[in-house]
Design a binder for this molecule. Sequence first.
Ligand code: ACO
Length: 322
Amino acid sequence: MSTRSHILSTGSYLPEKIMTNHDLSKIVDTSDEWIFQRSGIKSRRIAADDQSTSDMAIKAAEAAIERAGIQPSDIDGIIVATTTPDQTFPSVAVRVQAALGVPVGIAFDVQAVCSGFIYALSVADNFIKVGQLKRVLVIGADKMSSLLDWSDRTTCVLFGDGAGAVILEARDGAEDGTGVLSTHLYANGGMRDLLYTDGGVSTTGDSGHIIMHGREIFKYAVKLMADAVNAALDANDLSADQIDWLVPHQANLRIIEATAKKLSMPMERVIVSVEEHGNTSAASIPLAFDGAVRDGKIKEGDLVLFEALGGGLTWGSALLRL
Ligand code: ACO
């Protein structure tokens, strides 16, 4: 009898402050029309100065724990995908562990930028499949506003802050076809100069700001995310029309639409939250997923496909049946 990871619950958190495109047009030379037409973004949430990535991660985790109806002591692993940790070390994951009162277990961060949540989900899934963990809190949380140069209109209009979480649980007997069915992860460091920060703790001594070659990223994002989706479909002997919901990384509506078109997937089956969240990096998929579950769009039994691409470049997909 094989063991599979099942989604027990979801949770998310968004900071209170809403920054609209109109607000941004007072800071940099831009407009609501330009931002919306190019990205599909209308507004994003911005964390307070004294609000850290772990503060958001803890709130998302608390929501997931409450919805699962479990105790923090029922969790034996915490994996946080983030690029914006509170401190260089220790990890956001151990902060979450201490705040929630999760007993000593496995807790660490994963850094794969916008693909981070799929990477973290895959790591958690493998821990569960080999029997090392039973119930894992997987969080994607980022305070991308802390990496922005607020005078650079080519980047500051695209990102936002937030956190999303899922609890994965080990269940024996995969015969009913539910659970995480596959994950596919990729990276190509040769493309790291397309999207990066111009700083780091072992070089400049600070985190630096985001530098992005938007046009190239757009091109690769559509191709590579579609490739990752096709890898998931092939591995499970499925076609795109059998997928109930595509939950893509929420970077840009045009990328999402172009990828869906490449897969011949109608937008009615694609979860989109970028309009109100902007690109929240590792938080984007679990935020969109939690919203769609709570809205009643995604239901038990649905076949759901996650896909993402981020700095590195890193990219990947995860297929699951709820
Ligand atoms: N407001 C007004 N004008 C702007 C802005 C802005 N915020 N930003 C750039 N411009 C100007 C440029 O200066 C340029 O002006 P010029 O022609 O006088 O030189 C013009 O708009 C066109 O710029 P482009 O960069 O060519 O615009 P493009 O149509 O490619 O759109 C965008 C830019 C939205 C960044 C697009 O390339 C994109 O979406 N790329 C993907 C990037 C992305 O989503 N990254 C997120 C991280 S990776 C990921 O998560 C997948």
